[in-house]
Design a protein around this ligand. Structure first.
Ligand code: SF4
Length: 174
């Protein structure tokens, strides 16, 4: 492994930079994400810093079921993030589409569009659950074997999603 790759790996484990994206949430989960970052829960103590640009982010924290309107933007944001990158789906809607599943304007959960590494169920998700999910992700990144497994699973999911897109699996319409 090159020195620069080692530095990136160390930085991701010790101080992941996150970007928060609402793919169609009712705002309930978003308020909890903000709560987790503010002084009461203070996720920043664990080195987690919120970023405004996907180009500087390691972790995409996504809320809401993906609406047709936002699907392409979600893919764009994901693709702009540098490797290695991770996705946390926050809330029942982000995990599976939740109460909005099968709605005419909803694609489904986040993993219908981009590969998800950690699922945080709940409606709305509590900040403690989000903190626990982030710490689980960091533990996995700490363990080299777990990290490789996570990245391999991510690659497989990404390939499956790309194949589905190529095969016109976008039956919800473009
Ligand atoms: S899980 Fe509940 S609180 Fe979160 S976006 Fe869905 S409906 Fe809103």
């Amino acid at each position: 492994m090159k020195l620069i790759e080692k530095m990136v790996e160390w930085g991701t484990r010790k101080s992941p930079w996150i970007i928060h994206f609402n793919a169609g949430a009712c705002n309930g989960c978003d308020i909890e994400v903000v709560d987790a970052m503010t002084p009461r829960f203070d996720l920043e103590r664990a080195g987690v810093i919120k970023q405004g640009s996907p180009r500087h982010a390691d972790v995409l924290v996504c809320t809401g079921a993906v609406s047709l309107q936002i699907r392409d933007q979600l893919v764009q944001i994901y693709e702009q993030m540098p490797e290695p990158k991770f996705v946390v789906a926050v809330g029942a809607c982000a995990c599976s589409g939740g109460i909005f599943n099968d709605c005419y304007c909803v694609v489904g959960g986040i993993d219908e569009v981009v590969p998800v590494d950690v699922y945080v169920p709940g409606c709305a998700v509590r900040p403690e659950a989000l903190i626990s999910a982030v710490s689980q992700l960091l533990e996995k990144l700490e363990d080299r074997e777990e990290r490789e497994k996570l990245l391999a699973a991510q690659r497989a999911k990404r390939e499956a999603l790309e194949k589905a897109r190529e095969n016109g699996g976008e039956e919800h319409g473009a």
